[in-house]
Design a protein around this ligand. Structure first.
Ligand SMILES: Cc1cc2nc3c(=O)[nH]c(=O)nc-3n(C[C@H](O)[C@H](O)[C@H](O)COP(=O)(O)OP(=O)(O)OC[C@H]3O[C@@H](n4cnc5c(N)ncnc54)[C@H](O)[C@@H]3O)c2cc1C
Length: 492
């Protein structure tokens, strides 16, 4: 018999007494949990917010603070961009698909401006200035950035507008986002119970009515009269779940606070919840986008496989899922020098050579592989064209000796991490699949019916995404659908 704590729901008939009672119980105090708690309270419910750690924050507090918002926000307009919900929706359906949740994407796009105002109303700061080149996190506090909307094929699918809204911060903005939301929570009557891990759901018939939790070795029971909202994050830190659902993500670095153990997902599954897109993941490939876009990315036989100006996570997915991360950034001295030092994140070329023939030998590529690729690239770049992958003319220039190569599997880490290691194996990942929910955060069962009393949001769910990912959509859908789940739970 397994020694693990069972995930099977506990029958309410077996609960002798409840230690705490509330209308809405929110489990997990990251961006989704904070937003759920705030809007549940605003809808008139009593709320308890449970958090396993000693304080709120989760992965949200470590994040870059990029939020995908659009439809004509004041920040977009101040930077000179017109945008509409329709164009935003078209882009997201293409970028987060195939088969992204049309209902969620449509609603998210239509209400994005109102969501921006909700965030700003709570004190989340955004600055009206644009960072105008591909990067993971700009080294400045510019408030707006492109997420590949202006790159092929997306530039032909939807009218391009930058929609990456950055929470103003010194470095990564997630800590500011969570500080603001925490302050907002503290200003309400929401009760926060920290150091308390939800272990199992409590059910009465088919309805979820509470949670059994652990607080410093003590078992604590919670009764939620209107609803339980699971906002416990994803499962990238759970090696067993990764192996079961997303084996291609096993063994890589994890982009999380270390606590994405998937518990919230499995306790809901045990109560009949359906899941979606469990094999999907964001792939934060270990390269500096500013270097890649000025040069090229190639596989182990020296061939390009994507236009280098797309959102770098898309490059990461292609590199991992199709080329097992055996990929190199090839650039020349001019390209390297053009990248501002504070955008390089300490990355230096691993191989340098006067000729492509030498570079191929150093890397161990077949003779002629890079010479062919760079020769073709240069021939067209001369005319500002890229007939193979349609990289924007802005980034096209023939590459000239001396050449350099960067092996992405050697890893890199942003200055924000301090001395804290490099991404193992060439990428840091997190999961984007999870509980199947509707637009109001109801967790659905295998018949697509809501499980009474059970709601979820954030990375515990499959939100906007099916397979693709764009930076900002996790904090974006976590806060947006967190709010909706909280409000729906408040109505019981
Ligand atoms: C370095 C980094 C940079 C990132 N940059 C961005 C970005 O710029 N934009 C973006 O959109 N996304 C970004 N992401 C991803 C994003 O931060 C996460 O996907 C998102 O924050 C998840 O939010 P959440 O509220 O679902 O989960 P979390 O913020 O992880 O919160 C979940 C909380 O639930 C708690 N919890 C878990 N299980 C239990 C339990 N059983 N009982 C009680 N509590 C529990 C956890 O301790 C945690 O506090 C980044 C991630 C990292 C790590």
């Amino acid at each position: 018999m397994s020694t693990r704590i069972s995930v099977t729901p506990v029958d309410a008939a077996d609960i002798a007494h409840y230690d705490h009672e509330t209308d809405v119980l929110v489990v997990g105090y990251g961006c989704a949990g904070a937003s759920a708690a705030l809007d549940a309270e605003a809808a008139g419910a009593q709320v308890i917010l449970l958090e396993r750690q000693s304080g709120g924050g989760g992965s949200s507090a470590l994040s870059g603070g990029e939020m995908y918002l659009g439809g004509g926000t004041p920040i977009q307009r101040a930077c000179g961009f017109d945008d509409t919900p329709e164009e935003m929706e078209k882009f997201l359906l293409a970028a987060l698909g195939p088969d992204a949740d049309q209902q969620k994407v449509g609603l998210y796009s239509r209400e994005s401006l109102a969501h921006y105002q909700w965030l700003v109303g709570h004190g989340v700061p955004f600055k009206p200035s644009l960072w105008d080149s591909p990067t993971w996190v700009p080294p400045t506090d510019d408030g707006l950035m492109w997420m590949g909307e202006n790159a092929y094929p997306f530039s032909e699918i939807a009218e391009p507008a930058p929609r990456g809204h950055r929470v103003t911060s010194d470095g990564f903005g997630g800590k500011v986002l969570m500080a603001v939301l925490t302050e907002a929570v503290a200003a309400t009557g929401i009760r926060v119970h920290t150091d308390t891990a939800a272990l199992r759901l409590i059910v009465e018939g088919k309805r979820v009515v509470g949670v059994v939790a652990r607080h410093f070795g003590e078992t604590v029971t919670y009764r939620a009269h209107r609803g339980v909202v699971l906002t416990t994050g994803g499962f990238a830190d759970n090696a067993e779940m990764l192996a079961q659902h997303a084996p291609q993500l096993v063994g890589l670095g994890v982009n999380s606070d270390g606590g994405d153990d998937g518990r919230g997902i499995v306790i809901a599954q045990a109560a009949g919840a359906a899941v979606r897109h469990m094999s999907a993941g964001q792939v934060g490939i270990s390269l500096v986008p500013g270097m890649m876009v000025r040069g090229m990315i190639v596989n182990e036989v020296g061939q390009r496989f994507i236009n280098e100006d797309v959102y770098p996570g898309l490059v990461g997915q292609a590199a991992l899922f199709k080329h097992n991360l055996r990929v190199w950034v090839i650039l020349d001295e001019q390209a390297y020098e053009e990248v501002p030092v504070d955008e390089r994140w300490g990355v230096q070329p691993h191989f340098v050579a006067e000729t492509l023939e030498e570079l191929e030998r150093e890397i161990g590529m077949p003779g002629g592989a890079l010479q062919n690729t760079v020769g073709e690239y240069n021939r067209h770049a001369e005319r500002g064209e890229d007939p193979y992958f349609h990289k924007s003319a802005r980034w096209l220039r023939p590459l000239r000796s001396p050449f350099a190569a960067i092996d992405v599997r050697r890893g890199m880490a942003p200055p924000e991490y301090g001395d804290g290691g490099t991404a193992g194996g060439g990428a840091e990942v997190f999961t984007i699949g999870g509980l199947h929910t509707d637009v109001d955060g109801h967790v659905l069962d295998l018949d697509d019916e809501p499980i009474a009393g059970l709601f979820a949001a954030g990375r515990a769910t499959s939100g906007l995404h099916s397979w693709g990912y764009i930076s900002g959509t996790s904090l974006g859908d976590g806060t947006f659908f967190g709010r909706r789940a909280g409000a729906a739970a408040a109505t019981g």
